[in-house]
Design a binder for this molecule. Sequence first.
Ligand code: FAD
Ligand code: UDP
Length: 363
Amino acid sequence: MNVDVLIVGAGFAGSVSARVLAEAGRQVLVIDKRDHIGGNAFDTYDEHGVLIHPYGPHIFHTNAKRIIEWLSRFTEWRFYEHRVLASVDGQLLPIPINRTTLNRLYGQNLDETGAAAWLEKVREPRDPIRTSEDVVLNSVGRDLCDKFFRGYTRKQWGLDLSELSAGVAARIPTRTNDDDRYFTDTYQFMPRDGYTAMFRRMLDHPNITVQLSTDYFALRDHLQVNHTVYTGPIDAFFDYCFGRLPYRSLRFEHQHFPNTVQFQPVGTVNYPNEHAYTRITEFKHITGQTHSGTSIVREYPQPEGDPYYPIPRPENDALFKRYEALAQKRVEVTFVGRLAQYRYYNMDQVVAAALQMASKIKS
Ligand code: FAD
Ligand code: UDP
């Protein structure tokens, strides 16, 4: 079979690339080994009629106007600012740590200047900042580090904070004001009809064919392809020739409560120190759906299973670089996305990477 452009993966990386290339006049075949489009951002109604994210909560946020504008071709939006509380010492406290967190945890009445002075007193200055432990100790000191970050990180990654690159914990800021939003990006919206509907419209183009439940590795020897856009794990593409790149997996435990309008006060509650799961998310907060019942998901980190997170640490980056060097020699293949680029990308960053990559191979 002859294919002009083969796209492996129907998540953000694959679907955005498909649309750009189709609009440039290329004939595109998108395959995914799963039986649905959207990759990990896929959403669907559960058997009780609640819109859920089967692969964990996905909240869209970006500072890039051109990214939200590009996606706006395929969806309307619902304004949503995510809020997270952490269960610490018997209380539910704002995370990122802010003035309220400090006052409630330590029974104080600090104003903003007082909160800044408190953090200045407890922080352990670190220079250079190499690991996630450096980041956290440098900003909030040991007690807050141990209460909010060390246990969560151990569960999520199976590693100590000191074994992870700085970028992981640096995703979480520290605040001295009362801002309790998880993100401060300029644009914070959810696709009004859900992610899957947005993907469906993106892939709805006469030059795009989508074939689901199709594994690239069962197919690749039987196709003649002008160009491939590969968005799966990069080590799999090269038959693990340098060994396996570590990815962290999750088990999602979904639960529905009939006749319960609200399960918890905010979208997500983090459990840094109790339970085997890291967090519980209640979808109705995020989607704005009204329903007489409610659905939640608990996330249990796992060493094995579907690859969800690249694990940012120097030795893994070094192994990735070896695969990347092989990838650079394959001019007929473009590697893009969270798994193919082995980067802890948010959705908007994947869209940006795909727009950039696809515009290079348009013609
Ligand atoms: P994916 O979505 O993983 O898509 C890759 C696709 O390739 C998959 O569908 C896979 O089935 C397919 N594939 C792989 N190998 C093959 C093969 N051999 N043959 C055929 N198909 C194949 N980002 C945010 O911005 N906000 C959030 O709130 C957020 N929350 C997250 C929560 C969780 C639990 C996780 C895991 C991620 C979260 N993300 C979030 C990140 C977001 O999921 C990713 O940035 C984005 O979905 C990555 O898109 P992608 O296309 O690169 O990869
Ligand atoms: N983190 C933590 N405690 C928290 C929240 C986050 O220790 O309450 C650390 C943890 O290492 C986590 C990382 O910060 O993996 C990034 O958190 P984020 O919420 O961005 O993770 P994601 O939503 O990508 O799973």
